[in-house]
Design a binder for this molecule. Structure first.
Ligand SMILES: [Fe+2]
Length: 273
């Protein structure tokens, strides 16, 4: 099973350029084409928040005109740049969102790996937080399938990356989440967005990752006084491969045309020298 994670596309209405520089619509289109072209075929896609830049209805129209071109099932979780009401209206036909009201949690059940979307957003706030009600929902959901390998997808990461201006906006109550997860050993990984830069760590034996961005990336700057800024790094997505023996690995996949592939071995079987 192969899962592609696209995060933080920040699409604007009418294909407007974001931050005076970034053609987020075109870059999301390139990401969608990239995912569609992969072989073997990607089984499912999750887009982990900041789908739009300002959460406006017209931005979701632009977004859907691009994401609807994905040739496999796809799912969305909200980020702090989204508006929950407009988000739910835009995805009115996504059945897994049907029970969302105050928060957007759901489980995708019909695959070898159980995928749980988690809503870490608090309206009007840039940071993430999981109120007790949402922690309890997750606890109950995980208790209903304790032996099914599971991944969580959410916008705000529960760890510090060292990029200070982003770290102050991460999931503020990560301890509450991991305290609950300590009772659910089937959770293999938590995949996040928000930081616009690939990063990985491990908490209590659970792998945690942030996906790279298919558009703009946050500047890699460990200076605590460093300004909030972005760079146009090579666009990329994160992939997860879940094997038949229940092993989960993750890769980055860069978007674009690159030289190769070139063979390691010549026609007679010798390593090319
Ligand atoms: Fe973002």
């Amino acid at each position: 099973m192969i899962i592609a994670q696209i995060t933080d596309p920040h699409v604007k209405a009418g294909r407007r350029i974001a931050y005076g520089l970034v053609d987020t619509a075109a870059m999301l289109e390139a990401a969608v084409a990239h995912v569609n072209s992969m072989r073997p075929i990607v089984d499912t896609v999750i887009v982990t928040g900041d789908l739009t830049d300002r959460g406006k209805p017209e931005e979701y129209v632009s977004l859907r005109s691009i994401l609807d071109n994905l040739s496999m099932p796809w799912h969305v979780v909200p980020g702090n740049h989204d508006d929950r009401d407009n988000f739910l209206k835009a995805f009115f036909d996504h059945e897994y969102l049907a029970n969302s009201a105050d928060f957007v949690h759901y489980a995708i059940e019909n695959q070898p790996l159980r995928l749980i979307g988690v809503d870490t957003t608090i309206s009007g706030e840039p940071h993430g937080f999981l109120p007790l009600e949402r922690i309890k929902w997750l606890d109950t959901c995980l208790s209903s399938a304790p032996y099914k390998p599971t991944m969580l997808f959410m916008h705000h990461p529960p760890f510090e990356t060292g990029i200070r201006h982003m770290d102050v906006q991460n999931l503020l109550n990560a301890d509450d989440l991991f305290s609950m997860l300590s009772e659910h050993s089937q959770v293999l990984h938590v995949a996040c967005g928000h930081v616009h830069r690939a990063s990985e760590t491990c908490i209590n034996g659970i792998g945690i990752s942030i996906a790279p961005n298919a558009a703009h990336s946050s500047t890699l700057d460990f200076d605590p006084e460093g300004p909030s800024s972005f760079t146009m790094d090579p666009p990329a997505i994160r992939l997860f491969r879940f094997s038949d023996d229940n092993k989960l690995v993750t890769h980055l996949s860069y978007i674009g045309k690159f030289d190769g592939p070139h063979p390691y071995f010549s026609a007679n079987g010798d390593l090319v020298d």
